[in-house]
Design a protein. Structure first.
Length: 125
């Protein structure tokens, strides 16, 4: 079963300290934790997609596993593209998508200073 844009938004906001910002205008809807982006939702009903942070090796795996569904980061600077995936939400199972969101969130938490990571320790211990 596929997720709706509303379900994706709700799921992203279940993450500890997650919030929405609009730094680029109305689109994308940006989900952040501690001022760092972990998800960008492009909610166009005919073509909605989500861009997530990802470990480079896992990012390549997802792109190979789901060709034309998972691609290099949409609208990301070239230097960030290997670490970001864009996923067409209507073409992937909700459970897999939510696992990708979890991974993105954890990647961002791991990039925080150690003193801030402690607040999230239960998430990835």
């Amino acid at each position: 079963m596929n997720a709706t844009a509303k379900e994706v938004m709700e799921y992203c906001l279940t993450k500890k300290d997650a919030y929405i910002e609009y730094p680029f205008g109305e689109v994308p809807i940006v989900f952040k934790v501690r001022k760092k982006i972990f998800a960008e939702l492009y909610p166009n009903p005919e073509d909605y997609k989500l861009t997530l942070k990802c470990d480079m090796v896992l990012a390549d795996f997802y792109r190979e596993q789901y060709p034309s569904v998972v691609v290099r980061g949409y609208h990301c600077p070239p230097v960030q593209q290997p670490y970001r995936n864009t996923i067409w939400i209507a073409k992937i199972d909700k459970e897999i998508l939510f696992d990708m969101i979890d991974h993105s969130f954890i990647q961002v938490i791991k990039s925080l200073p150690k003193r801030e990571q402690v607040d999230f320790f239960e998430i990835y211990k």
